[in-house]
Design a protein around this ligand. Structure first.
Ligand code: PLP
Length: 463
């Protein structure tokens, strides 16, 4: 998203620096429901609350930095996705966004399936009681051990990512006396991101098997001949943080074209099509994500129309939203340490976490918003950059945002929409201790992933 420099300067700047920011919000104390978890609001003291609990008390009890996850919101989003897609489609939550055993239990209770992409995610899912038939196993380089564990467990599907893997999975399944249900992940020549998509003829990336040049058709040919495999469908994932359905339209059209070719060549109508994840969420007030029912309607119309045109029965559709379910449900709570105004530029606000708990800004130039949450303030807006405590100048959490100019050490600030790809991508850089994830619901808070300790670090370091 492009945002332009705002004409009115922050308190300490005569000339505005370059940056990705728009006008300061008219009310710095407002917590926009678009970017904050559903139960977040301010109490009569001006302190932000989640699930009815004040962030001041939460910080006291659980420390900072910490991720607070609104369980009510998470469950409501699961239900909204399940209801939107209905009984004739399947929703697989993409565990890579954030996975823990509590999450697995909630998914199970709310009727969602689960997509995992490593042995670790598979173990987490199985150990929390997700029925294996509700698990899809992904990955571009699954080890033989991972494949064996998945087949033995009886996962509902393995998504095949290469010609070598077709043979590998078939061989392992056969050696275990099983016939594994599989999909083939194809690359359709569409790369979608936010409001744009690029249609390309050639693929230059590690995932999937290209439709171009007949490679995907050849993969289907091979999979259909192997006894250890039951080919149930075709899979396509086109990108991330997507708002526009046009990329899905092209992807669905190309996948359906393959299904028609398969029917013509083999007399087989593959019964399933998975359109992957990648649906966008609001990181800032300027983002306008679609609701699950709009997405379900759009995808189902696209697939039905394309299938009718090709004379095919409409296959069962599945999707794999990760970010769109968990992303908006959590925020990261930080304590402000050093506040350093740079004359004519901006104020650097250092917090007690950083790129170790949110790598997305450094990695993808992601945009976030941030608010003072331990109190309200009527002070002027101050152009700020929220940075971490790591030994790296790219250690930025929120590149450009307005915070009140009376911000002081000890204040609590929070970054919303950090439920996806933050804790799951967290690192121990500078031997940082990865923060806990605390689930909050109806006035109760409980740790679902505990904070790391220095003992945890030293336990792995065997001297
Ligand atoms: C195959 C597949 N499915 C689903 C997802 C989830 O994407 P998102 O969390 O953006 O919905 C990803 C993300 O990389 C993916 O690769």
């Amino acid at each position: 998203m492009s945002r332009s420099a705002h004409p009115a300067g922050p308190r300490h700047a005569d000339v505005l620096p370059e940056g990705h920011y728009s006008a300061p919000p008219t009310d710095l104390n407002a917590l926009d429901p678009k970017v904050w978890a559903r139960t977040v609001r301010r109490d009569e003291r001006g302190v932000a609350t989640v699930g009815g609990l004040g962030v001041d008390a939460l910080a006291e009890e659980f420390g900072t930095p910490a991720y607070f996850l609104d369980e009510t919101d998470f469950r409501a989003r699961c239900r909204a996705w399940a209801e939107a897609f209905g009984k004739d489609a399947d929703v697989f939550y993409a565990g890579k966004a954030f996975l823990s055993r509590a999450i697995v239990r909630w998914l199970k209770e709310e009727g969602l399936n689960l997509d995992v992409c490593s042995g670790g995610e598979l173990s987490t899912a199985l150990s929390a009681g997700m029925p294996a038939e509700r698990i899809a196993f992904h990955g571009n380089n699954k080890s033989e051990d991972e494949i064996r564990r998945a087949v033995e467990a009886g996962v509902g599907r393995i998504v095949l990512d290469s010609f070598q893997e077709i043979v590998r999975v078939a061989h392992i399944a056969q050696s275990l006396g099983k016939r594994q249900r599989v999909q083939i992940r194809v690359t359709v020549g569409v790369e979608a991101h936010t409001h744009e998509f690029i249609a390309t003829a050639h693929e230059d990336q590690k995932f999937g098997i290209a439709l171009a040049g007949g490679q995907a058709a050849e993969a289907v040919r091979r999979a259909l001949t192997l006894d250890g495999l039951e080919l149930i469908g075709i899979h396509s994932h086109i990108g991330s943080q997507i708002f526009d359905m046009a990329g899905f339209e092209v992807s669905a059209r190309r996948v359906v074209q393959l299904l028609a070719e398969v029917r013509d060549e083999h007399g087989v109508e593959l019964p399933e099509i998975d359109l992957g994840g990648g649906l966008g969420i609001a990181y800032t007030s300027e983002d306008d994500p679609r609701e699950p029912h709009e997405i379900a309607k759009a995808l189902s119309e696209i697939v039905t129309r394309e299938c009718e045109a090709a004379g095919l029965r409409t296959p069962r559709i599945s999707v794999e939203p990760g970010r769109a379910i968990v992303g908006p449900t959590a925020f990261t709570l930080y304590r402000v340490g050093t506040v350093k105004p740079l004359e004519g530029l901006r104020t650097y606000v250092s917090v007690d976490g950083g790129m170790s708990d949110n790598i997305r800004t450094a990695l993808y130039d992601a945009e976030y918003s941030v608010s003072l949450v331990s109190r309200t303030s009527e002070a002027e807006p101050m152009l700020s950059r929220v940075v971490g405590k790591h030994c790296e100048s790219g250690d930025i959490v929120v590149r450009d945002a307005f915070l009140p100019s009376d911000l002081a050490p000890g204040d609590l600030i929070a970054v919303p929409a950090t439920g996806a790809y933050c804790r799951s991508m967290a690192s121990n850089y500078n031997h940082a201790l990865r923060p806990p994830v605390v689930a909050v619901s109806d006035g109760e808070a409980r740790v679902i992933v505990r904070r790391e300790t220095e003992e945890d670090l030293l336990r792995l370091d065997v001297g």
